[in-house]
Design a binder for this molecule. Sequence first.
Ligand code: ATP
Ligand code: MG
Length: 578
Amino acid sequence: MNEGKREKLTTEGVTKPAAGVSPSLDFIREIVAADNKSNKHGGRVVTRFPPEPNGYLHIGHAKSICLNFGIALENNGVCHLRFDDTNPTKEDVEYVDSIQADVRWLGFDWQGKKFYASDYFEQLYQYAVQLIKAGKAYVDDLSPDEMREYRGPWNEPGKNSPYRERPVAENLDLFARMRAGEFEEGSRTLRAKIDMASPNINMRDPVMFRILKAEHHRTGNMWCIYPMYDYAHCVSDAIEGITHSICTLEFEDHRPLYDWFLDELRTSHHPQQIEFARGELTYTMTSKRKLLALVKGGYVRGWDDPRMPTLVGYRRRGYTPEAIRSFWRRMGVAKTNSTIEIAMLEHEIREDLNKRAPRVMAVLRPLKVIIDNYPEGQVEELDAVNNPEDPGAGTRKVPFSREVYIEREDFMEDPPKKFFRLAPGREVRLRYAYIIKCESVVKNTQGEIVELRCTYDPETRSGGSAEGRKVKATIHWVSAAHAIAAEVRLYDQLFSVPDPGGVEDFTTILNPNSLEVLTACRVEPSLATAAAGSRFQFERQGYFCVDSDSAPGALVFNRTVTLKDAWEKIEKRQKSRE
Ligand code: ATP
Ligand code: MG
């Protein structure tokens, strides 16, 4: 796990650098700091986040966003948001809009610096003409299959195309006619003239422009030739005056090409490309192509399904931008790829919500309890603590009455040795209320438990002067007459294997239990007006948030994360092995 591992994790949470101590710099921040010191870019720091608008942003993108916007922020610089929209067949304004919303939600601002690679199509065309004139680019008539054959395998030199030595004038003419739409898709390309024998396959005369008769979401039908990523990207960076062009490791082998284009074009500005390891999580798939297939195939309820690794999915699930930012900061930036335990991310959101989510009582699988000696018709308003982690959060009133619901799993008719909750003849405390004792069990004709008859001890009211004796367990409850019905959606991993990215046909590894919908839940009345997006801790159960499907009278909650910290267990196991 790189950097993050150096900051030692403890079971209480995670050690943070002491106040005033700046966290250690990762290798990219070190480069930026050194450049600032040597005044390489005149003190400027300009980064960019360059998504292709062909899908929604996911948790891996968040790493890149936090890094690029974070570095800009820390250095009084700016991070450009640039849409790499060079492939009109897959791109859409829906994605352009969602990407902006997601970057903002994460808490970052591009300070008005929003660009599109398509803004540079004309400039990219003119630069290509310049390369043709310099004898550094040519129009090729090889078909895609032939081109692949000529390129050869990486361990053998490729062959020159028979069209490689076309005269400049012919190249200029053909390229102009490609632009004018005279040729069929796939019939011609413009290629950089570099070296077909290069050991780096990216340098074997890469394609710069291809013919694509497709409507673009911004330029419409103005163009029928489109630039390739490797050519468009470095030129866009140079045009925008990017200082540090930070990208993922798979582009390391493309760096010589990045530099070749800018050197040959003699752009006034030459950004430095720096590669870092992709962020990957266990049980998480981050290929946009496969995420789209999940949505299109109806395997999830949309891009924002709370089981999706998209930022809209995490948001709907109840994750906070603070938790995601802090997660990536803590994981650090490294130069070797690795996969992070998903439990680490869950640990992070749990820590964040522990500090700020108000506590409430909700019964997910209700079992009715009738307290026979409690006066009929009486209602007491009991004081409940909103957040023990935050004294300023105050208290609220929770109604108590003769009939309450408790969690089905908090009762066992024939309890094993270590079960300390309610059982026939046993006592438990109802949180904020009284100690009750189970006197008898009521069953229906099928022998199923439908109700418990209990008694309470009036001397044991919580917080009262005679709080009374201790019992082994305290359980949550809601007053039957006052509780509100709610639907609760419980989520588990979408995939049943830790490395879903490695499996091509994801339909074979979908977890059949990734969603469980509970429709008969009962929650305390203070939740009646809870707005969509608000987050709570359901005592003893986990963190939940109000789903966007929720409506007054038809509340719907998503479980963000359980209270059990799997990461702490993993850590303990690791420690015991050390
Ligand atoms: P795909 O390969 O599925 O098409 P992509 O990663 O190429 O997706 P882009 O839209 O091009 O998607 O990504 C925008 C930026 O986010 C790029 O700079 C890319 O390197 C970065 N990025 C994408 N995925 C990750 C990841 N898992 N970790 C870190 N950065 C990422
Ligand atoms: Mg990409």
